[in-house]
Design a binder for this molecule. Structure first.
Ligand SMILES: [Zn+2]
Ligand SMILES: [Zn+2]
Length: 437
C-alpha cells in the first residue's frame, strides 16, 4: 500500500526523464484519432459476429489479414484458431501483447443498434453468440496497439509478438497455443502484456501488483445410487438425496475450513439427475467450479470437495462417486518490478486515468488463462480497463443496482473510450520495456 504512495512522491522529486511519456501519449492519441473510424467499423463487425471457443475462424482470418497488411509476419492456426504475428525492429526485447478471440454462447440483450444476432452451429446444436466478455474490445485495442507501435518505430527497439488466442472462456486456448509450441516456434517473450475491459468508468486504467485473477478448477462428480420406483424408496439408494447433501455440505469447506477472510469459492453450477417424477434414478451428475488465490488453498478446496463427496455417498451406503478433474488454470500474477515500471510510465502519461493499488481492488474471483503464459515464465502485467459509460453507471445507481458485468447479456462497454484507454495503456507498457530513452 505504501509502495505506491512513495512511488508517486519520488516521481515528483525525480529530474525530467529523457523520454517524455506525455509526448508518447499524445502521439498514440493522434494514431487513434486518425484510425478510429475504421477501427469502430471493425469493432462493430466483430461484435456482430461472435464465435465461441475454438470456432473463431472468421474472427481469426479477419485479424490475421489486418496484421499482415500492417507488415507483421503472421502465422495462423497455432493451437487451433490462434494467431502469432511477429514484427522485428532491431535488437531489443521480445514483447508479447495478447488478445482473446472468443465470444460466449449467450443471447445478447443490450438493445444496441449493432447488437449480435449471430448464431453458430456447434455439434449439431444452434446457439446464439455474444461478445459478452468484451473480447471484441480487446481485439480492437490489440490491433490499435500494433498500429501505434508501427507508427512510432523511432521510439522502441526489439520484437513484437502479437498473440491472438482462442478459447479463453474455457481456459483452454493459451494452453493449446503453448502445446503447439508457440514459444519455441516463434520466440519466448521477455515480457508480456494483456488487458481486460471491466464494469468500471470507461477509460480508466487499473493497475495492481501480485495476483490479479483467481485460479479456476472445474470438476465433475457422478454419484452412483440404485434406481427404483418412486413409491419404493427403501429399494433405492437415492443419488439425488446424496447430491443434495453434498451441495449444502460442501459449502462448509469454505465457511468452516478456510480461515475467515481467505479467498475461496466453491460453486455447484449444474446438477442433473432423473427423467420423470416417479423414478428414482441410479445416478446424479454435478459440475463445480473452484476459485482460489493461494496454491495451498487450491489444494485444500479440492481435498475438501473430495472428502465431502465420499462422505455423502458413504452415508447413503452408495458406492464411491466418480470425481473427475475437467480443466483449470492458475493465478494471473503481475510481476512486481515490471508493474512498477509500467505504473511509473502510465502515471506520468495519463495521470487522470490511472488508478493504482490500493485504490483499485479487482473482484479477484474471475479467472484468466493468460495465467498460462505467466506460468510459462513470462514476466507480465495484466491491466484492467474501465468500459462502462457514465450513462450506464448513472442509470444503475438510480435503479439501485450494480451496472451490468462481464458475461451479463446486458454488458455493453462504450467502445471509443475503452479501446482508446486499452490501446494507450498497452502501447505505453511496451514502450516502458522496449522504449528508446
Ligand atoms: Zn469471460
Ligand atoms: Zn474475458
Amino acid at each position: 500500500m505504501k509502495k505506491w504512495v512513495l512511488l508517486a512522491a519520488s516521481l515528483l522529486a525525480s529530474p525530467a526523464m529523457a523520454a517524455d511519456p506525455k509526448a508518447d501519449a499524445a502521439r498514440i492519441d493522434a494514431v487513434f484519432d486518425k484510425g478510429y473510424p475504421q477501427l469502430e467499423m471493425l469493432y462493430k463487425d466483430i461484435h456482430q459476429h461472435p464465435e465461441i471457443a475454438f470456432h473463431e475462424v472468421r474472427t481469426a482470418a479477419l485479424l490475421a489479414g489486418k496484421m499482415r497488411k500492417l507488415g507483421f509476419e503472421v502465422t495462423e492456426k497455432v493451437g487451433g484458431t490462434g494467431i502469432v504475428a511477429m514484427y522485428r525492429n532491431g535488437a531489443g526485447p521480445t514483447v508479447l501483447v495478447r488478445t482473446e478471440l472468443d465470444g460466449l454462447p449467450l443471447l445478447e440483450k443490450t438493445g444496441l443498434p449493432y447488437a449480435s444476432r449471430y448464431t453458430q452451429e456447434i455439434d449439431g446444436k444452434v446457439t446464439p453468440t455474444m461478445h459478452g466478455c468484451g473480447h471484441d474490445i480487446h481485439m480492437s485495442w490489440w490491433l490499435a496497439t500494433a498500429q501505434a507501435l508501427l507508427a512510432m518505430k523511432d521510439r522502441w527497439h526489439g520484437t513484437l509478438m502479437f498473440v491472438a488466442q482462442p478459447a479463453e472462456e474455457t481456459v483452454e486456448g493459451a494452453k493449446a497455443m503453448l502445446k503447439d509450441e508457440a514459444f519455441k516456434r516463434f520466440a519466448k517473450p521477455d515480457y508480456g502484456f494483456a488487458a481486460h475491459v471491466m464494469p468500471y468508468p470507461a477509460g480508466t486504467v487499473l493497475l495492481k501488483e501480485g495476483a490479479v485473477t483467481s485460479a479456476a478448477d472445474a470438476v465433475k462428480i457422478v454419484f452412483k445410487g440404485k434406481g427404483a420406483h418412486g413409491s419404493m424408496p427403501a429399494d433405492s439408494i437415492d443419488p439425488i438425496v446424496i447430491g443434495a447433501h453434498f451441495v449444502s455440505d460442501v459449502q462448509t469447506v469454505i465457511s468452516r475450513e478456510l480461515p475467515p477472510g481467505t479467498f475461496g469459492v466453491i460453486t455447484v453450477g449444474t446438477f442433473h439427475a432423473g427423467t420423470v417424477e416417479n423414478i428414482i434414478p441410479d445416478s446424479s451428475e454435478l459440475r463445480l467450479t473452484l476459485r482460489s488465490h493461494d496454491p495451498e488453498v487450491r489444494k485444500q478446496l479440492m481435498a475438501g470437495l473430495r472428502k465431502t463427496a465420499l462422505a455423502a455417498a458413504a452415508m447413503a451406503g452408495a458406492p464411491e462417486p466418480d470425481i473427475a478433474y475437467l480443466y483449470g488454470t492458475g493465478v494471473t500474477f503481475n510481476e512486481v518490478k515490471l508493474t512498477e515500471t509500467v505504473a511509473r510510465k502510465l502515471k506520468v502519461a495519463m495521470p487522470e486515468q490511472v488508478t493504482l493499488e490500493p485504490d483499485y481492488k479487482p473482484a479477484g474471483s474471475g479467472s484468466e488463462d493468460y495465467s498460462e503464459f505467466v506460468n510459462a515464465g513470462i514476466p507480465s502485467v495484466f491491466i484492467g480497463i474501465g468500459g462502462s459509460s457514465q450513462a450506464v453507471l448513472d442509470q444503475a445507481k438510480e435503479e439501485g443496482r450494480k451496472p451490468p458485468v462481464n458475461h451479463s447479456p446486458f454488458f455493453a462497454p462504450d467502445p471509443e473510450p475503452s479501446i482508446r484507454a486499452g490501446m494507450k495503456a498497452l502501447t505505453l507498457s511496451v514502450l516502458s520495456v522496449a522504449g528508446v530513452e
